[in-house]
Design a binder for this molecule. Structure first.
Ligand SMILES: Nc1ncnc2c1ncn2[C@@H]1O[C@H](COP(=O)(O)OP(=O)(O)OP(=O)(O)O)[C@@H](O)[C@H]1O
Ligand SMILES: [Mg+2]
Length: 454
């Protein structure tokens, strides 16, 4: 086999047999070095990486090293020689470390692989694995976002082949797009405004963006002054023969007399309203997973798929969250219900969807405050209210205070202030980021805070 050839079926079967043998010969409580040597090396082979395509103790930022980095060789670029452009990272633990779902070590190891995936030497890495040979979980990186690509899987002799096939399928089909739903279970917090301005900002940063207006109110569609195409979203939902590509409408702006394509939109249409009725929504084949299925063909065509949906936790918002890798949650510092609803999204609604999806996603991104200036008194009040929310569920802390660490009680929450030009943009049908430099700077900071890497 040459260095770039794909292994054939027999080789794959053999590598899985090797992995099973390795697993059954591991002594209980195997320490990290043994798990690395006897389990992770054959694991990487079963995932399609030859010995010369894996590198142990791969340096990341500072003095940290991740246990393995892997990347397919190219004829003129052998990974173990150049050590450049890693694709997959593996953080290994011994069996004495409890990696069961939600355990403190599982959470700490997730943070560790996230840190490695975001380190300056691993910018090309798309995938991260954490394993102690008893549990294994795959994570995907897109820009600054790291999200679960599988649930935390318990490894057994009789499911290891299935696990390898799932991991391999994902790794071999790495997508270009990150799907983002902008959602809070509270209305009027700036979901649509955030989505439109984020789309404009990402375009300005060279990204190809598709907006999906999955809200029968059509706010996104109307504020961009678009109309549905001949084939519309509501028809695509029920008629599986229609091609959703035909539902795309380009959003363009005129600059110096020239028409410039900014991003693509799948507009909302009036018939979407029908699905606000439970009985009609029930008739859609595959229910809330239908939107995700429809959008799959775009995963290699766009960098970002941004989904707008309404507030009520019904068909539209459940579908939007189901179709996403991550959920961006705008809140208002002076709107207590928006904070309590953000907590509800993180601790109840997203887990409901995860339970159905069974692949660990979507993940909530930390909340941000949208609109209105915050003075010290207001900040004090909002912090005290968030304190109460976190007191009830300590797991919510990173979703409210992502910079909070033991020793440095940093309670910074990202903010987009209120601007008249943001509010007025809907009337001029141009996203505010194209009309006001200060507004662009704010949304640029938002894009960098949550999505863009380095
Ligand atoms: N940063 C901002 N500065 C000024 N006005 C803003 C800002 N963000 C949102 N708004 C205004 O607040 C109002 C509500 O915003 P938006 O429609 O985006 O909220 P929403 O969460 O999508 O609402 P809905 O629940 O109805 O879908 C709009 O009038 C919008 O122009
Ligand atoms: Mg809206």
């Amino acid at each position: 086999m040459t260095l770039t050839q794909q292994p054939n079926h027999a080789q794959t079967e053999m590598s899985i047999e090797n992995l099973k043998n390795a697993l059954s010969s591991l002594p209980p409580g195997a320490p990290e070095a043994l798990v690395s040597d006897s389990f992770v090396k054959p694991l990487l082979e079963a995932l399609g990486f030859g010995k010369a395509e894996c590198y142990p103790e791969y340096g990341t930022d500072g003095r940290d090293a991740v246990d393995f980095a892997a990347r397919k060789n190219k004829p003129d670029d052998l990974f173990h020689h150049t050590k450049s452009a890693p694709f997959l990272l593996v953080e290994v633990k011994g069996q004495n470390i409890n990696l069961s779902e939600g355990s403190p070590s599982h959470q700490a190891t997730q943070r560790q692989i996230e840190r490695y995936l975001l380190s300056s030497t691993c910018k090309t890495a798309k995938w991260g694995i954490i394993t102690n040979s008893t549990y294994i979980q795959l994570f995907c990186r897109h820009g600054k976002v790291v999200f679960p690509a599988t649930v935390n899987l318990q490894i057994k002799l009789d499911n290891i082949a299935e696990i390898i096939s799932e991991l391999r399928h994902k790794i071999d089909n790495t997508h270009r797009a990150l799907s983002v739903c902008v959602y809070n279970n509270k209305g009027g917090v700036g979901k649509t405004t955030t989505l439109i301005n984020l789309a404009g900002t990402l375009y300005k940063r060279g990204k190809k963006v598709l907006i999906v207006d999955f809200d029968s109110q059509s706010d996104t569609t109307l504020s961009l002054k678009l109309s549905p195409a001949k084939v519309c979203l509501s028809e695509c939902l029920k008629d599986t023969r229609l091609d959703i590509r035909n539902a795309i409408v380009p959003f363009s702006l005129t600059a110096k007399g020239k028409l410039i394509h900014v991003f693509d939109v799948i507009p909302a249409d009036s018939k979407l309203e029908d699905y606000t009725h439970y009985e009609n929504a029930q008739k859609i084949q595959r229910g809330i997973s239908r939107l995700r299925d429809l959008l799959k063909i775009f995963l290699n065509e766009y960098d970002y798929i941004l989904i707008d949906c309404p507030t009520q936790w019904l068909f539209f918002s459940q579908s939007g969250v189901y179709a996403s890798d991550v959920v961006l949650i705008p809140t208002k510092h002076n709107g207590l219900t928006s904070l309590y609803n953000a907590a509800k999204v993180v601790e109840k609604l997203i887990p409901e969807i995860r339970q159905v999806r069974k692949d660990g996603a979507p993940k909530a991104l930390p909340i941000f405050f949208n609109g209105e200036k915050i003075n010290d008194a207001a900040r004090h009040m909002v912090n005290s209210e968030i304190g109460k929310i976190i007191e009830c569920n300590k797991n919510l802390l990173p979703y409210f205070y992502p910079k909070y660490r033991r020793g440095t009680a940093d309670k910074t929450i990202f903010e987009i202030p209120a601007y008249a030009s943001v509010a007025n943009a809907a009337f001029s049908h141009v996203p505010a980021v194209f009309m006001n430099k200060t507004v662009l700077d704010h949304y640029d900071r938002l894009a960098k805070e949550y999505f863009l890497h380095g």
